[in-house]
Design a protein around this ligand. Structure first.
Ligand code: FES
Ligand code: FE2
Length: 443
């Protein structure tokens, strides 16, 4: 496999080579250079309230167990028995002091340590090095305001450096009320026959598709419609904080405009929480920005109004497993939380009104990347090229990062540029040393 992934994206023309969505060799290299290196979202600390609570998830294609260890810290380990490699934990979530491998019975503590081996005396003659055969820990695990991330690369920057200015903008979700957010119980999971980059691209900056793709949901009257939302070119920006992250936000001059952008069913709640948010976040993040959609590099996406957060697990060049949760302000009243959960499922659940629209588009676009002739013709990402906002500080002195208009592909260009940079970096990720489980990283 040759390097030079930068050549797959032509920033002068805004064109992107479709082979990056379908080539199996590129996908395999992504597992090493993107997913074994980057900080990946595991979940939220509200999913592990008690000691020995656990859930399983994926980091790239690797299955991992995330545990609340006995000392209260959070650990994350490869869900792989060190004997033959069987998955030691088959459950989605639960509470367990230990994990016993269903193949031959090696047993591991919630801190990953190998605590019992059947026949240790009689068969292994006590020679097997137990210390060296604990579950393999991630290299680093950390939290940002309740969101738990981990990386397999010991050379990765700190989580805060990795998120950069995106962390400051994420506060618009994570810190707008006292107590932050929680994930409501339940993980929604579904398979999509597309490459993982299509949904990330959609959430990072495709505010262009809404009036067409989701028109049926709006005109049917099936769901509430903000009073200030229609057509093209309306007030707002794509914000590009760097690091391959990005989000789209609308702009409100004053409180009345914030309320015009609220969904009618949640207007009362928006009114009740706005002053607290402005006080906590300041005018830019609390009042003027009304964010809509975002992606955190590489495979996390968010919808503010939809209260949806997603991880797009890569399963192959043409298969992605979507995992979704509903997040809410912890301080919100219970009836609001119930209403939000219903709203999320109705719109953004596995067969939600919006989800079905989006998924079909990604599947069809992916199909074009598989045809030999079709993939000779690049994707077009030129929207807003050369039309970026030159002086964001003239709009507001606190703005961080670059800005495009609300309908602009600035964030997609940034995402693929960062993707190419990592793919062209040939340094192998420094995965944890075998036997380091007893010193496993914790958050
Ligand atoms: S594979 Fe787990 S005990 Fe043998
Ligand atoms: Fe959509």
């Amino acid at each position: 496999m040759q390097s030079h992934f930068a050549h797959f994206l032509d920033l002068n023309k805004g064109s992107l080579d479709r082979r990056i969505f379908s080539d199996p060799e590129i996908f395999e290299l992504e597992l090493e250079r993107i997913f074994a290196r980057c900080w990946l979202l595991l979940g939220h600390e509200s999913m592990l309230p008690k000691a020995n609570d656990f859930f399983t998830t994926y980091m790239g294609r690797d299955s991992v167990i995330v545990t609340r260890q006995a000392d209260g810290t959070i650990g994350c380990f490869l869900n792989m028995c060190r004997h033959r490699g069987n998955r030691v934990c088959r459950a989605d979530s639960g509470n367990a002091r230990s994990f016993s491998c269903p193949f031959h019975g090696w047993t591991f503590g919630s801190n990953g340590a190998l605590t019992n081996v059947p026949g240790y005396k009689e068969i292994y003659l006590e020679k097997l090095d137990l210390q060296a055969h604990g579950l393999v820990p991630v290299a680093k695990i950390d939290q940002y305001k309740g969101l738990i991330f981990a990386t397999f690369d010991a050379n990765a920057p700190s989580l805060l450096d990795y998120l950069g200015d995106m962390a400051w903008y994420l506060d618009m979700i994570l810190d707008r009320r006292e107590g932050g957010i929680e994930f409501l119980p339940g993980t929604h999971k579904w398979l999509v026959h597309t490459n993982w980059k299509f949904p990330v691209d959609n959430f990072i900056g495709d505010s262009y598709h809404g009036p067409v793709s989701h028109k049926s949901a709006w005109v049917s009257g099936f769901e509430g419609m903000p009073r200030r939302k229609s057509g093209y070119g309306y007030e707002g920006f794509q914000v590009c904080p760097g690091g391959g992250h990005g989000f789209g936000t609308r702009w409100a001059e004053n409180r009345e405009q914030v309320f015009e952008m609220a969904l009618p069913e949640f207007l009362d709640y928006e009114k009740s929480r706005l002053e607290e948010s402005i006080e906590r976040l300041g005018n830019l993040r609390g009042l003027h920005f009304s964010p809509m959609h975002a992606s955190i590099f590489p495979n996390v996406s968010l919808l503010w109004q939809g209260s949806a957060i997603r991880v797009w697990h890569p399963k192959g060049p043409k298969l992605t497993e979507a995992w979704g949760w509903c997040f809410v302000d912890k301080a919100a009243p219970d009836d609001y939380k119930r209403e939000k959960a219903l709203h999320m499922v109705q719109r953004h659940g596995t067969s939600g009104t919006w989800e079905a629209d989006d998924v079909d588009n990604w599947v069809q676009c992916h199909g074009s990347s598989e045809g030999f002739v079709a993939r000779q013709y690049p994707q077009n990402l030129e929207m807003g090229l050369g039309d970026e906002i030159n002086d964001p500080h003239a709009i507001h002195p606190d703005i961080r990062g670059r800005l495009g208009k609300f309908q602009s592909e600035i964030n997609q260009r940034s995402f693929y540029t960062h993707w190419a940079k990592l793919m062209d970096d040939t340094r192998a990720p420094q995965v944890p040393t075998v036997g380091a489980a007893s010193q496993g990283a914790t958050a």
